[in-house]
Ligand binder design. Structure first.
Ligand code: ATP
Ligand code: MG
Length: 177
């Protein structure tokens, strides 16, 4: 069991889930470890890490398959597009996980994809079970299911104590996106 990769979950309603995963990527790249982040839900916003990871290539790569947030007002894509994108992200994840080429694989916002019904909790458990020894998995997104929490080794729930958004302060470049 010792050589098995860990399953790490960052969930909860407070800020810091994706950035915690990126923090591990930054740390691990320092040891020359190979890290792949796959985005399950891609917002209409541009995130800084979509560019900065290129400075950490080839150790770190980010792949996006999702398109647009589901359920927000400016979301024009039909639901089946989101289902297809999430299925594509799951397929890409499965391929990368099974390859054994990576030390760490980050499934970013995968918990939201389950919560939105784009993929199932069983799909996630299948990905977790398919990891070869020595590959760590990091799953982010609020509303992690009980099954995923049960399967994980490390679970941190981000709890919002204060957030400037609640005072009407907009998202900031480099902090929020
Ligand atoms: P981050 O990417 O900053 O670590 P996150 O992964 O914990 O955030 P998500 O649920 O993925 O949070 O939300 C993505 C966006 O919403 C980011 O721009 C993030 O900064 C912002 N955000 C996260 N938590 C909150 C909150 N409690 N209130 C308002 N905005 C938030
Ligand atoms: Mg996030």
């Amino acid at each position: 069991m010792d050589s098995d990769g860990l399953v790490i979950v960052y969930t909860g309603g407070g800020k810091g889930k994706t950035t915690a995963a990126l923090g591990i990527a930054l740390r691990a790249a320092g040891y020359g470890k190979k890290i792949c982040m796959i985005q399950f839900i891609k917002g209409s916003w541009h995130y800084g890490e979509a560019d900065s990871y290129k400075r950490l290539m080839p150790e770190f790569e980010i792949l996006a398959a999702g398109e647009g947030f589901v359920g927000i007002i400016d979301d024009k894509s039909p639901r089946e597009d989101h289902v297809r994108a999430a299925a594509e992200a799951a397929r890409m994840s499965s391929e990368r996980i099974k390859s054994g080429r990576y030390d760490i694989i980050i499934l970013d916002e995968i918990n939201y994809a389950v919560n939105l019904g784009l993929i199932t909790a069983n799909d996630v458990l299948g990905l977790i079970k398919s990891r070869p020894p020595g590959t760590d998995l990091i799953l982010t997104g609020n509303h992690a299911t009980d099954e995923v929490i049960e399967a994980a080794d490390l679970v941190t729930e981000m709890r919002e104590v204060k957030h400037p958004f609640k005072r009407g302060i907009k998202a900031r470049k480099g902090i929020d996106f």
